[in-house]
Design a protein around this ligand. Sequence first.
Ligand SMILES: NC(=O)c1ccc[n+]([C@@H]2O[C@H](COP(=O)([O-])OP(=O)(O)OC[C@H]3O[C@@H](n4cnc5c(N)ncnc54)[C@H](OP(=O)(O)O)[C@@H]3O)[C@@H](O)[C@H]2O)c1
Length: 246
Amino acid sequence: MTTTRTALVTGASRGIGLRIARQLAEAGYALTLSARREAGLLEATTELRATGADVTPVVANLAAEEDLHRLVAAHTDRFHRLDLLVLNGGVGAQGSVADLPLKTYDLVLNVNLRAQFLLIQRTLPLLRAAAAATPERGAKIVALASITGVAGEQGLAAYGASKAGLISLCETVTLEESGNGVTATALSPGYVDTDMTAWKRDELDADAMLTTGDVAELVLAVSRLSAHAVVPNIVLTRAGGQLWRA
Ligand SMILES: NC(=O)c1ccc[n+]([C@@H]2O[C@H](COP(=O)([O-])OP(=O)(O)OC[C@H]3O[C@@H](n4cnc5c(N)ncnc54)[C@H](OP(=O)(O)O)[C@@H]3O)[C@@H](O)[C@H]2O)c1
């Protein structure tokens, strides 16, 4: 088993995931990175390798079960331990309860919640192995939820439900796995300036949104906590008048 700290980051080709990957690489983590589309993932890999980072890219669709098994197998073969699982990859979808097609609901729940359940389940042996090797630090899961999972928002029916589920899943993992040194934190930001929020820019200037750096900073902070401390959910809100809203 490697003694280097390792992390697996989904949705790492751009946006929040790429920013997290950059900061983890800088902090000395060896990385397995995944995304659905190869071109963006290889571009991110090339960028990080140029800084000296140890990066294994794995093309994997979060909606495809076999891809997720392949992703975990690739990380296992390479490292045999996992110190930090960053469940970042996800998809946005607009639509009200009255109108959202069930097909869209299923896709959002599969990509934003079912995949995360499977990845946690399949990586638990690796997380427990890392926690046993570094008991003072333990092993962590950080999942990108959303403030919409904390307080529902009109027009984001499936998205909010998927993120509320993810917050609950993190709590259960901590309750069940703390004894093995594995804990989970949900991270619930309001609007962050990425491709995902491009649709919102007509009403909300990019400058009024959170930055990917704000989110990555919190992932790093959680990764540095001792095994004695758990933050179940971090709500990150934009400055201004909306406080608990996106
Ligand atoms: N931006 C926000 O305002 C905001 C706020 C709160 C929470 N979040 C959450 O933060 C996470 C990252 O968001 P972001 O804004 O950085 O999104 P983004 O810029 O749209 O990037 C999404 C990332 O996820 C990957 N991805 C999307 N669908 C996938 C699929 N089916 N299988 C595998 N990978 C997939 C993308 O890769 P490909 O391009 O290859 O598909 C990309 O790397 C998401 O979980 C999102 O819900 C975002």
